[in-house]
Write a protein that binds this ligand. Structure first.
Ligand code: SF4
Ligand code: MSK
Length: 658
């Protein structure tokens, strides 16, 4: 049953009548169990009880005098062999998570810069600059002269300047200039203004080497600086330059869940993060010669589906239906109808090769830096990515010929809308002639929208499948909080039917529903992939600049959350939210919980430094309550907590703005 056909039951579970979005996963898990194939949920269960020292961040193995673990109490060891306390150990471990997360986003960004440079210099066949307006916008952000220069020259200079951000040794990152003035002052005062992306990451590795930085305060400042180098550096560069290359997303209608796999067609699943090759795969899937080859093999065509953030990239720009998120990768393979799964970097489980071998699927790795035993490797030829895409699809056609007869595809999909970039929100709210955040701000000031929450990040088998995301988002929209979402959380929301305009009437509070219905948007806005969390920073900055809601990001009735986080990238994202002034609630587990001083600094001390701090709450409904409480505090501080005339910007009102 499609998500749009569901009936409201208000239990926050996302359950719908008949087979629901979660049942599709259960069908696959039962099938895998019958086939004797293990899955991520079983493996997660088998890890219990998890190591307490590791969970609480108080195991250190950075030198060979250890590993050391801290056992508090009378006979316990209060320090490691070298004398490092639990706080130092936990802070160092935490910083290394940020370094890894920032490195992943930023290395992705580096390859986008290289692609743009190659395209601008005419070295890449079949790729063209799609968004000329964005070239001009980014050139202005970077202080690049435009004049009458050819667009490709400007684009090449953008790519070179962006590449320069990685190796910069001093000064300030270019995109940091976009932040509100007050925020920049805070960063400078706290000594956390990022200099160069690579420099900050390397400095974490140096500071956390045995015997270097032992002060929690000093360590956590470098953590904040590196995370900012991710959010306002690597991630923002990736987002903006990908928009130049592939086009800024616009609202697009699609479907999601395992039912988008088409039994009659050759199914090619794109999985990972970098969009260059997946863009080419989408283009090649329409190639007449390949269509003929697929038909000759007995298929009714070629079907592309996505998993994880590659899914979000091709969804946002082409409406390609996502099969699912992180936890769906094995389930998709277990349908037996996936002919080839093409993977690049990040969030691809090594287990896919084992599962694929049981279901006749080819796993094809394509990145120079990511190889798996048991997979085929077809390295992307940067000068001819289209040809690489053709080879991969042909591999799928070959596999289709030997596909087993018994495939198991649950006929479950949900309809939804994605493609809410900052530019789109601006346009949808303000209209063509005067794009503006004014209607959003006015509705927040008037009380119809209580506030905004960015609910983002991975999903985690320790919590079941998507339930924390769905429960938290439903609780927030029920309380008139507009939800912005990215990454796997966005795909959870889409699957549960929360990203359809109809969800406003079904699940949102009266105020939020009235605004969504007037503008024609869902109460949960899908804004893209993990690197696109930078779109949230830009949207929040636009709200500050619009006026009426304070003069810094920390003044806004705004919060962030990752109720099912799993990867180190999520920690980097959460920390750049906090250092940008956005209160952030994580679920699942807290990586420094065994170290009181470090945790206190993250949950409290950071509030004095950055005007925002972390919180940990494993229960998603209680996590939503923390967010609502925070939003209400901010409303009070802004003096907009009292009932005021509510402003609804309908079409007539929006026309008045022009
Ligand atoms: Fe143990 Fe110190 Fe070595 Fe860490 S750095 S393993 S705490 S001796
Ligand atoms: S893919 S980082 S599981 S959001 Fe970006 Fe999903 Fe988290 Fe990977």
């Amino acid at each position: 049953m499609a998500g749009n056909e569901k009936k409201k039951n208000g239990d926050g579970s996302g359950r719908i009548d008949g087979m629901d979005c979660f049942d599709a996963s259960r069908v696959m898990l039962d099938g895998m169990s019958r086939d004797g194939v293990t899955n991520v949920f079983e493996r997660s269960e088998s890890m219990e009880p998890r190591c307490r020292f590791g969970s609480e961040g108080i195991c250190c193995r950075i030198c060979a005098m250890g590993p050391c673990r801290i056992v508090s109490g009378k006979k316990g060891k209060e320090t490691g062999v070298c004398g490092a306390t639990a706080d130092t150990i936990a802070a160092r471990n935490y910083l290394r998570m940020i370094a890894a997360g920032a490195a992943a986003h930023s290395d992705h960004a580096r390859s986008v810069c290289e692609t743009l440079l190659n395209v601008a210099r005419g070295k890449m066949k079949d790729l063209e600059i799609k968004d000329e307006q964005k070239v001009v916008k980014v050139a202005m952000d970077f202080g690049i002269k435009i004049g009458a220069r050819p667009l490709k020259d400007i684009a090449a200079e953008i790519a070179e300047k962006a590449l320069g951000e990685f190796g910069k040794q001093s000064g300030e990152l270019l995109y940091a200039a976009k932040a509100p003035e007050k925020r920049k002052r805070i960063w400078r005062e706290q000594g956390v203004m990022p200099r160069g992306i690579d420099r900050e990451i390397v400095e974490i590795m140096h500071r956390t080497h045995m015997g270097v930085d032992h002060s929690v305060d000093s360590l956590l400042r470098q953590g904040a600086r590196t995370a900012l180098a991710d959010g306002w550096g690597g991630s923002m560069i990736a987002t903006e330059l990908q928009d130049i290359l592939f086009g800024a997303p616009e609202p697009v209608v699609s479907k999601t869940n395992l039912g988008v796999i088409d039994k009659e067609k050759v199914n090619v699943i794109v999985h990972g993060h970098e969009p260059v090759l997946s863009e080419m795969i989408v283009a090649a899937s329409m190639d007449a010669s390949l269509m003929r080859e697929a038909e000759a093999a007995g298929a009714k065509g070629i079907n592309i589906g996505g998993i994880c953030c590659t899914a979000n990239e091709v969804l946002m720009r082409h409406g390609i239906p996502p099969v699912g998120n992180f936890l769906s990768q094995e389930l998709a393979l277990a349908t037996g109808a996936v002919d080839v799964m093409v993977v690049d970097v990040q969030c691809v489980m090594p287990a896919v090769t084992t599962v694929a071998s049981c279901y006749n699927t080819a796993i094809v790795t394509t990145s120079k830096i990511a190889r798996y035993d048991g997979a085929e490797h077809i390295e992307m030829d940067e000068t001819d990515a289209y040809e690489t895409a053709m080879k991969i699809i042909r591999r799928g056609i070959d596999k289709f010929k030997t596909r087993p007869v018994n495939v198991n595809v649950p006929a479950v999909t949900s309809d939804f809308v994605a493609g809410f970039s900052h530019e789109t929100i601006n346009y949808l709210l303000g209209g063509t002639f005067r794009s503006s955040y004014k209607p959003l701000n006015e509705n927040i000031i008037g009380g119809r929208i209580r506030g905004v929450a960015g609910v983002v990040g991975c999903n985690n088998p320790r919590l079941g499948n998507d339930r924390a995301h769905v429960a938290m988002m439903m609780e927030l929209i029920r309380n008139d909080v507009l939800v912005l979402t990215t990454g796997c959380g966005a795909l959870s929301a889409a699957r549960a039917g929360l990203c359809s305009p109809e969800a406003a009437g079904l699940y949102a509070g009266e105020g939020l529903a009235s605004v969504c219905e007037a503008v024609g948007i869902p109460p949960v806005l899908h804004m893209g992939s993990c690197v696109d969390n930078s779109r949230l920073l830009i949207a929040a900055t636009a709200m500050v600049k619009e006026g009426g809601l304070g003069d810094d990001l920390s003044d806004l009735p705004l919060a962030g959350a990752a109720p099912e986080w799993m990867s180190e990238k999520a920690v980097a994202i959460g920390q750049y939210f906090v250092a940008s002034g956005v209160y952030t609630v994580f679920g699942v587990t807290w990586p420094t919980s065994g170290a009181g001083g470090t945790t206190e600094e993250l949950f409290g001390g950071m509030k004095d430094k950055y005007g925002a701090c972390w919180a940990f709450e494993p229960d998603p409904i209680k996590g939503a309550a923390l967010i609502i409480e925070h939003i209400d505090e901010k409303r009070k501080a802004l003096g907009i907590d009292k009932a005021r005339e509510r402003v609804l910007f309908d079409m007539a009102k929006r026309r008045e703005l022009v």
